[in-house]
Design a protein around this ligand. Structure first.
Ligand code: MG
Length: 364
């Protein structure tokens, strides 16, 4: 891949592969806990990958070992359910339907795995020469998840010696019967660069892109500063509002609520509720981002325009951008903060207050 970063942390459609994979599994309501087995040197990569995923089912990671089997064993030690589904982090395109199919079969027969019957002719090759035609109607290509009774697969791993390509191999060696269940062509394992291109094609087909807009106004009142995008800017007046009156952050918050069709800031945080009095507005923005994350969306970009004669926004716009990016949890290059006057026209022109409008795109 021309990169030293492990492939599960490389970006696929703007997000780490592992985040896609975990999100795909979290979409399955029958999955009660997820334990990712990581290399202990990758803790920071892992933390960054899972940071936007706020789901109690995602447990702290387990650490891997020198061998594949050892790593699986460490994951099994942390698991608690009756059944365990073992999945490749590098298969981010696994579908809820496929997981349901393999879980259904495993709960009937005790062990099952996703796989595809071979449709191409299969040849055993030795010294770069085809030697033996394999009976393809008896051969299946294994995918994951591979699902077992936790007690069975834990015992199988404990007794397993030597390498194994997957957990079916460990289970079969231990004498377990494991049933193949038809997987999906799209449930590919990302191994080489071409796999990433293919996965992007598959994801584009399913990508859910949402746009939202937000608009807000707050009037000037007594004070010596305003708060815009979380940044305190000295001014001859303050802004009047129930919270800190951060008009820009309110517009951004509404743009995100708008994109996910979840109403507006006033519905989530009624001005009649005293607990929001004087509160810093990042609380509202964090809630909107949390709702988007719960619905499987990430914020792709934000563009906000402040409309006022004064204070001057330009000198603070990069700080404002960084502030929004930090709160949302995205790169600053996905956030833009700009400003305009209204040519002395209207209420903003008369310096009676500040207006802000914002646009957001989200990807799910
Ligand atoms: Mg407001």
């Amino acid at each position: 891949m021309g990169s030293t970063t492990p492939k599960q942390y490389l970006a696929l459609c703007g997000q780490p592969v592992l985040r896609h994979t975990i999100r795909a599994l979290l979409a399955c309501t029958r999955i009660t806990e997820i334990i990712v087995v990581i290399n202990k040197h990758d803790q920071r990569l892992y933390d960054a990958a899972v940071a936007p995923l706020d789901d109690p089912r995602l447990q702290p990671p387990a650490f891997g070992s020198d061998t594949r089997s050892g790593s699986v064993r460490n994951g099994l030690l942390a698991a608690t359910g009756e059944y365990v589904a073992i999945h490749d982090a590098a298969r981010p395109l696994v579908s809820v339907d496929a997981v349901d199919r393999v879980l259904d079969q495993a709960t009937k027969s005790g062990a099952a795995f996703l796989a595809l019957p071979l449709t191409d002719a299969a040849w055993q090759v030795e010294h770069e020469t085809a030697v033996t035609a394999l009976p393809r109607n008896t051969i299946w290509r294994a995918q994951t998840p591979q699902v077992f009774l936790r007690a069975d697969i834990t015992r199988a791993h404990a007794n397993h010696a030597g390498p194994a390509d997957d957990d079916v191999a460990v289970a079969v060696t231990a004498g377990l019967a494991v049933t193949p269940v038809i997987g999906d062509d799209t449930n590919i394992k990302l191994t080489v660069a071409a796999d990433f291109a293919l996965a992007m094609n598959y994801m584009d087909r399913h990508m859910d892109i949402r746009c939202g807009n937000g608009f807000d106004v707050h009037r000037f009142g007594p004070g010596d500063h305003v708060v815009l995008c979380g940044i305190k800017v000295p001014h001859s007046h303050g802004l009047v509002g129930h919270s800190d009156a951060d008009v820009a952050m309110h517009a951004v918050t509404d743009a995100i609520f708008g994109a996910i069709a979840e109403g507006d800031i006033g519905q989530w945080f009624p001005p009649s509720d005293p607990q929001w009095k004087g509160v810093a507005s990042d609380v509202f923005l964090r809630k909107a981002v949390e709702r988007a994350t719960l619905r499987g969306f990430i914020v792709n970009n934000i563009d906000v325009t402040l409309i006022c004669e004064l204070p001057k926004i330009g000198p603070n716009s990069l700080m404002m951008r960084d502030s929004l990016a930090t709160i949302i949890g995205i790169s600053p290059e996905r956030v833009n903060v700009k400003a305009t006057t209204s040519e002395k026209l209207g209420f903003t022109g008369r310096e009676e207050g500040i207006a802000a409008m914002a646009g957001a795109t989200l990807m799910g």
